[in-house]
Design a protein around this ligand. Sequence first.
Ligand SMILES: NC(=O)c1ccc[n+]([C@@H]2O[C@H](COP(=O)([O-])OP(=O)(O)OC[C@H]3O[C@@H](n4cnc5c(N)ncnc54)[C@H](O)[C@@H]3O)[C@@H](O)[C@H]2O)c1
Length: 291
Amino acid sequence: MIELQGKTVVISGGAEGIGLEIGLVLGRRGMNVVLADIDTQNLAAARDRMAAENIATLTVELDVALEEHWQKVARQTLERFGKVHMLVNNAGVGGAAGAIESYDSASWRWAIDVNLMGVVYGAQTFVPLIKQHGEGGWLLNVASMAGIGGVPYMAAYSATKNAVVALSEGWSTELEEHGVKVAVLCPGFVKTRIHQSHRNRQARYAVDKAPSKQQQKIADGAREAVQNGIDVELLGKRVMEALDGGEFYIFTHPSYRQLARQRAAAIDAAFERAAASPLLKDILEQEIGPF
Ligand SMILES: NC(=O)c1ccc[n+]([C@@H]2O[C@H](COP(=O)([O-])OP(=O)(O)OC[C@H]3O[C@@H](n4cnc5c(N)ncnc54)[C@H](O)[C@@H]3O)[C@@H](O)[C@H]2O)c1
């Protein structure tokens, strides 16, 4: 088991759902927990929930898409707990759904700013603070199974979650020498309020168009799938197991393995065709670049 007692974790989107559950699980292992979220009402309720378990908790208002908010979270974290050892980049929104032409740019921006730039700003703010004390630490990014390939009619969500997987893969190598372990959580459906993400949509990303029939149908399907998802408590336990085991990709739905296999097989078959192409025979043995 990894030693977490007395260390500090910052969790974005920590007021409810997956973020709060990870906070509870890590708090039970002795971590100080900083819950940062755009929803201040739920933050207050989350603080009470943590207090009931005697977990040392700080709550801070944060819109992950605003870089300056992250600076405030860092200041308050250091003031209260002195150091930080783990960042959980968890805040995320389901975003819009629909066919290519039905996505408006405000919906694209919302998903990119929260799901992708929120992760980038979080890492840029906290990774230097974790490196600084030299005690090592962890960066856990919450992606999704939608980050392991492309999902039809969910372009913005899927694109941003694929980006989070890619960032995590690169950062994992970058941060190795600093003793910072990176992990990327890729859940399938979990019973939370992710299907009601619009409740957190900032006014600057507002659209005044009602969803089309197709968009409504996709949203209804997503709601049903989320409501039939796994319990968040099970996900929390699985995350703890995986962190203890030093896992990089953290999966929670073993049945989705076939999707990853199909993708890997399709890519491998495509390479096979490239290797057999007369056009490419002269560069068959060329050394690979810096991957
Ligand atoms: N629930 C699922 O089925 C599922 C599956 C795969 C991945 N995920 C991912 O898990 C993460 C957590 O989602 P969840 O299922 O707990 O959803 P949730 O909606 O229950 O919780 C999300 C939390 O993020 C907060 N949030 C939203 N926008 C924010 C912003 N701009 N700044 C700060 N906080 C913000 C919300 O207030 C809320 O507390 C997300 O990244 C989501 O994409 C969820």
